[in-house]
Design a protein around this ligand. Structure first.
Ligand SMILES: *[C@@H]1O[C@H](CO)[C@@H](O)[C@H](O)[C@H]1NC(C)=O
Ligand SMILES: *[C@@H]1O[C@H](CO)[C@@H](O)[C@H](O)[C@H]1NC(C)=O
Ligand SMILES: *[C@@H]1O[C@H](CO)[C@@H](O)[C@H](O)[C@H]1NC(C)=O
Length: 254
């Protein structure tokens, strides 16, 4: 338990750092994304400060990590269409109507780290704002698939976060290897692990692991010793395992 920590939890434990990012590397070892090339990306904010990533899966629902929300009365807002937080012209803020954490999410074990946010109003889709597809049921991503992650999180474990969306390539790893590295914290039926030259860090929680044009994972946790650790690769909630739950909720609301 001690070696693993949720990306958000850690942020609140670390001393607050105020210097701004000057290096053009990001996520960890990433590069700045082409503005609006990932129009499904949203920033979850608390008091107008970025705390987590998330992604649109329809014009009304955002998928993110359950650990990004501490429960009522905490209020988060969703910023859509953003690239550079210093320029707010293209982005806008939407209130959350309901927070739907997975019913079996438990803060201690980090299993079922997935949450749906129903937006207060449907977002207007355009070139800069649109949703991303989810995998098909029973369609698991294969090991050794080149995927990518993106976020506005920290550039390294104790480093600054970024105003501009960063991205990095990462490759999925065999379940057996993830299990070996993480022990019982890794549940192959519910999780995917991936490693690359770059990867997610604090504040990237809730963002998608994208393979092809599909969001297959939700950024969940990393090794406490450092983001993008080869010893304990970053772990993502496996979306395909939660499709019945996701579909049921969306259907019940329509
Ligand atoms: C999308 O973003 C670009 C670049 O910031 C901007 O020029 C354009 O007007 C935006 N498009 C829409 C539909 O908002
Ligand atoms: C990520 O992978 C894509 C597809 O192979 C490649 O075009 C791109 O250059 C890679 N980006 C980085 C930062 O390595
Ligand atoms: C960054 O990428 C280089 C190779 O491009 C790699 O050697 C290094 O370990 C990476 N650093 C991190 C923190 O992942």
């Amino acid at each position: 338990m001690m070696i693993m920590i949720s990306l958000l939890l850690l942020a609140s434990l670390l001393p607050h750092l105020t210097f701004t990012a000057r290096v053009n590397v990001g996520i960890v070892n990433g590069t700045e994304a082409k503005p609006h090339s990932r129009p499904y990306m949203v920033s979850l904010q608390k008091y107008k400060k970025h705390i987590c990533g998330g992604f649109l899966i329809s014009d009304e629902f955002v998928l993110t990590a359950a650990h990004c929300w501490k429960g009522y009365p905490e209020i988060l807002t969703v910023v859509v269409g953003a690239h550079d937080f210093r320029k707010s012209e293209d982005s806008y803020r939407v209130e959350v109507k309901s927070y739907i954490s997975h019913p079996h999410y438990t803060f201690c074990s980090l299993q079922n780290d997935i949450m749906l946010l129903r937006l207060h109003e449907k977002v207007k889709l355009n070139n800069n704002v649109t949703w991303i597809s989810l995998p098909k049921e029973c369609e698991d991503v294969k090991m050794n698939t080149l995927c990518s992650v993106a976020g506005w999180g920290r550039l390294w474990m104790k480093g600054p976060s970024t105003d501009r969306l960063m991205e990095a390539n990462t490759t999925t790893i065999k379940n057996k290897v993830c299990k070996c590295k993480w022990g019982s914290d890794f549940q192959a039926s519910q999780m995917i692990c991936a490693h690359g030259d770059g990867g997610s860090c604090i504040g990237d929680s809730g963002g998608p692991l994208v393979c092809g044009n599909t969001a297959v994972g939700v950024t969940s946790f990393v090794d406490i010793k450092g983001c993008n650790s080869p010893e304990r690769p970053n772990v993502y909630t496996k979306i395909s395992a939660y499709l019945p739950w996701i579909h049921q909720i969306i259907r019940n609301i329509k």
